[in-house]
Design a protein around this ligand. Structure first.
Ligand SMILES: Nc1ncnc2c1ncn2[C@@H]1O[C@H](COP(=O)(O)OP(=O)(O)OP(=O)(O)O)[C@@H](O)[C@H]1O
Length: 269
């Protein structure tokens, strides 16, 4: 895949935006991840790979608070967020998309995207009812951000369509839009190219690179397509059976015999 992996003038900083140390998460007798260390620096696109069942989703759930780790620590820009509830992690600037699409059928593209803005919305319904004029600037700001992202991801022509009937490529783009309107500093994408053809993958890669360049997000990207990982990621980590087997520069990691073996070994599912 021919993708120009330029950071568009962004300097990759030294202080990590996300730092995981010694993460372990167990489900009953199953050790889903153990001893995982990971650092994502500001402006980095960081790839996370591994065969089915290797612990990728569990690790992101540990970071985002869905399944807090049993051991280890998660730091966001130096702040310890280990075990913090998902909605609080979102408020701190971490947005995610899900492996299995989490869009709301029966709702339009626009309404689905607006939902991503809820972390910036004032929950004071009563206040809004009595002091509607106080809510206006907030409402205008929310709409402004949503419109920017719709334009950025070229969703204008389908904004009023129901998400139900959209092809997978567009659904994934709507999910990305919903994550971006939260204006995150850290974006976690769980297999954003699953089920896409080569052309759709190319578009999605371009949008991720542009989101980093133009919106300043750092990205943790779970992906099975190795051409995507080598094409757009700065660094990567490979898991197998919940453990780290290789990390570093993608072009080198994908040649690591342990990584090749893990993938040739196929699904553990
Ligand atoms: N809620 C859960 N309860 C019990 N076991 C779980 C749970 N979530 C994950 N696991 C187990 O933890 C291990 C890691 O699963 P996980 O979904 O994190 O892997 P993955 O790398 O994301 O896989 P895939 O690529 O298929 O999504 C698997 O053995 C899985 O069965």
């Amino acid at each position: 895949m021919m993708i120009n992996n330029k950071t568009a003038g962004l300097q990759l900083g030294d202080e990590p935006i996300l730092r995981c140390t010694g993460i372990e998460r167990r489900f009953g007798g199953v050790v889903a991840v153990t001893g995982v260390n990971l650092e994502v620096k500001p402006g980095e696109i960081f790839g996370l790979v591994g065969p089915n069942g290797s612990g990728k989703t569990t690790l992101t759930n540990a970071i985002t608070g869905f399944y807090p780790p049993n051991e280890g620590a998660v730091r966001l820009s130096g702040k310890d967020i280990t075990g913090t509830a998902p909605h609080k992690v979102a408020k701190l600037g971490v947005a995610r998309t899900f492996q299995n699409l989490a869009l709301f059928n029966g709702m339009s593209v626009l309404d689905n995207i607006l939902l991503g803005r809820h972390i910036h919305m004032n929950p004071g319904v009563l206040r809004t009812a009595f002091y509607w004029w106080a809510a206006r600037p907030e409402e205008i700001e929310n709409r402004k951000v949503v419109e920017e992202v719709i334009e950025f991801l070229q969703l204008e022509s389908i904004r009023h369509e129901l998400v139900d009937g959209l092809p997978i490529g567009l659904k994934k783009r709507v999910e990305l839009a919903r994550a971006l309107v939260a204006e995150p500093q850290m974006l976690i994408l769980d297999e954003p190219m699953a089920g896409m053809n080569q052309e759709e993958k190319g578009y999605m890669c371009r949008f991720i690179l542009d989101a980093r360049a133009e919106r300043g997000v750092s990205v943790l990207l779970i992906e099975h397509h190795m051409d995507v990982i080598t094409g757009i990621c700065d660094r990567m980590l490979a898991l197998n059976y919940g453990e780290m087997i290789a990390s570093g520069i993608p072009k080198e990691v994908v040649k690591d015999p342990r990584v090749i073996e893990a993938y040739i070994g196929g699904s553990h599912g």
